[in-house]
Design a protein around this ligand. Structure first.
Ligand SMILES: *[C@@H]1O[C@H](CO)[C@@H](O)[C@H](O)[C@H]1NC(C)=O
Ligand SMILES: *[C@@H]1O[C@H](CO)[C@@H](O)[C@H](O)[C@H]1NC(C)=O
Ligand SMILES: *[C@@H]1O[C@H](CO)[C@@H](O)[C@H](O)[C@H]1NC(C)=O
Ligand SMILES: *[C@@H]1O[C@H](CO)[C@@H](O)[C@H](O)[C@H]1NC(C)=O
Ligand SMILES: *[C@@H]1O[C@H](CO)[C@@H](O)[C@H](O)[C@H]1NC(C)=O
Ligand SMILES: *[C@@H]1O[C@H](CO)[C@@H](O)[C@H](O)[C@H]1NC(C)=O
Ligand SMILES: *[C@@H]1O[C@H](CO)[C@@H](O)[C@H](O)[C@H]1NC(C)=O
Ligand SMILES: *[C@@H]1O[C@H](CO)[C@@H](O)[C@H](O)[C@H]1NC(C)=O
Length: 470
């Protein structure tokens, strides 16, 4: 049996069913199908559903759009890959209780919700004010099917992106082919559960941009997503699901996240006359997945105008490629050094987009100090950091293998503690040592001053005593 992922909506639905039973503006029932030209409007008139033709196309699709936004903005398409060529389409409840799109006088549907329904009678579809089209079980009133589980290119507030571990359903966004064609495009935006789960933008199945893992407050690849952002996210990773759901911190504002050809993900909000862009990715060269090869990092502000730099303790795999500014081969450990029980240690790097965590392990019970010990003990461990940035850092994330797709930011980012050999460690200790020596010098100066003051006081006291004695 299908279990509704948004349990909050069920009581709301029950209530609205009680009060709305005779008004059928927002529902499709076995007796009331919807034909081309008719529209369904949600209770508070936020969203509308009906047949439409995108941009310069004359083909007909069933979609959901904002009812109150003057610029027709489609957020979901049912038959994206199976359009109708004429206006003879009809959307109805079939004999199995499924919602289907058929052409008039044709019995085989061109699209179906394909949900298994026990009882066909009185099953109905309803458009909710969240923009979710739900198929309601006649007896239990639970959702047999919901459009939020089968997103097209747009993520709306209250909609979940990611994996339902119980049903195996993975919800992700897929771009339209073009403005004229809502058919399944090449770009997807999804959560990959491998290792420590991460957000990815793919093109043709290959990673294009890595949003990274959730740090407790934001995605590691989106440093600008702070608390005061108009969009707030709530991430869940437990035995039931790995999902993100966005909300909006300002009431009565339409917001959306969408993926577009060619390979871009955007967040925007409607303001008066148009969609205002808040954020998009990828933005610059260093955002491209693996712009620099393994064990290096990408720095857009590198003074040498070549973005790729080997991580401390590593050298270019091919010096020639590196010299010719081809960083794709990446870096390898400095020759002749050992990082296993040979006096190795960790170098702390700042403002980092931490490497791909598909090869990382998380242990939420460890502190940062314990994390260091854990990583040091295990010679396959190449780096570590906090798993969760909340409250100054919780949990332990350790990498086991090559570190890929790291970059630095001019602002934000995380610390990364990188395993290096003894020689590299000494080099870095020396660099940091300069700072420490400055600190020591200050303490020395203060101590000397204090001692001089005490000596002077004693001398003064003696002199005064002698004067008084006379
Ligand atoms: C539709 O076609 C017109 C004329 O060819 C063109 O100017 C316009 O950009 C097209 N719109 C879209 C969204 O492709
Ligand atoms: C459907 O069939 C009826 C009766 O045969 C016919 O009058 C009507 O024109 C047909 N509609 C379409 C769209 O073919
Ligand atoms: C429904 O199932 C049929 C047959 O398995 C399949 O061809 C079709 O794509 C499915 N439709 C949807 C919307 O998943
Ligand atoms: C369900 O529909 C069938 C066929 O329309 C009808 O024979 C049956 O009585 C209906 N059952 C209920 C419980 O309404
Ligand atoms: C998707 O990829 C295929 C194969 O690489 C390409 O032929 C097609 O033009 C791409 N489609 C879009 C919309 O970019
Ligand atoms: C991060 O820590 C906070 C505070 O303990 C917690 O609420 C949140 O669920 C954690 N997030 C993850 C991804 O572990
Ligand atoms: C976002 O913030 C609003 C207002 O503070 C809150 O009501 C909502 O639950 C939050 N949504 C998420 C998904 O965190
Ligand atoms: C080191 O880490 C690897 C990768 O997680 C793991 O398979 C291995 O068992 C660990 N070794 C020890 C000694 O803990």
């Amino acid at each position: 049996m299908y279990s509704p992922s948004n349990q909050l909506l069920t009581p709301l639905l029950l209530l609205s069913l009680l009060f709305q039973i005779c008004v059928s503006l927002d529902t499709i029932t076995p007796d009331e199908p919807l034909k081309d030209g008719d529209i369904l409007v949600s209770h508070r008139e936020t969203f509308a559903l009906g047949f439409f033709s995108p941009a310069n196309s004359s083909r007909r699709y069933v979609g959901i759009w904002y009812n109150k936004v003057p610029l027709k903005t489609v957020v979901w398409v049912a038959n994206r890959d199976d359009p109708l060529d004429d206006t003879a389409g009809i959307i109805s409840i079939d004999g199995h209780g499924n919602l289907v799109i058929t052409e008039t006088n044709r019995s085989i549907p061109i699209w179906s919700t394909n949900a298994s329904v026990v009882s066909a009678n009185h099953s109905m579809a309803r458009l909710l004010d969240t923009g979710n089209l739900v198929l309601v079980h006649p007896e239990t009133l639970s959702f047999i099917w919901q459009s939020f589980d089968f997103p097209t290119d747009t993520l709306l507030p209250f909609m979940k992106l990611g994996l339902d571990r119980r049903t195996g359903l993975n919800r992700f966004l897929t771009s339209w082919k073009s403005k004229d064609d809502p058919g399944t495009g090449n770009c997807t935006y999804a959560i990959d559960p491998t290792g420590y789960p991460q957000l990815f933008l793919y093109e043709g199945g290959a990673p294009l941009w890595r949003g990274g893992s959730w740090t407790g407050q934001r995605w590691s690849g989106v440093p600008e997503m702070t608390r005061n952002y108009i969009f707030n996210g709530s991430y869940v990773d437990n035995q039931d699901e790995i999902t993100i759901e966005y909300g909006v911190t300002v009431p009565n504002v339409f917001t959306r996240v969408m993926v577009e050809e060619p390979g871009v993900v955007k967040r925007s909000a409607w303001h008066e006359t148009g969609w205002v862009g808040f954020w998009s990715a990828p933005k610059e060269k260093c955002d491209n997945y693996q712009e620099c090869g393994p064990n290096s990092y990408c720095d857009p502000n590198n003074v040498e105008k070549f973005e790729c730099t080997c991580l401390p303790g590593f050298e270019p795999k091919s010096a020639r490629d590196w010299f010719l500014r081809d960083g794709s081969g990446g870096c390898v450990r400095n020759q002749g050094v050992f990082t296993c029980n040979s006096g190795e240690g960790f170098v702390k790097l700042a403002r980092v987009k931490v490497p791909d965590t598909s090869i990382a392990r998380a242990d939420m019970s460890l502190s940062l100090k314990e994390c260091e010990q854990d990583c040091l003990k295990n010679c396959t461990c190449t780096a570590y950091t906090n798993a969760n940035e909340t409250k100054g850092g919780i949990g332990c994330l350790t990498w086991h293998g090559n570190l890929v797709d790291a970059r630095v930011y001019s602002n934000g980012g995380q610390y990364l503690y990188l395993r290096v050999d003894a020689a590299t460690l000494a080099q870095y200790a020396k660099k940091n040592g300069l700072l420490q020596n400055k600190g020591k010098l200050a303490i020395l100066v203060i101590s000397v001053a204090l001692m001089l003051f005490i000596v002077a006081s004693i001398v003064y006291w003696f002199i005064m005593r002698k004067i008084k004695g006379k």
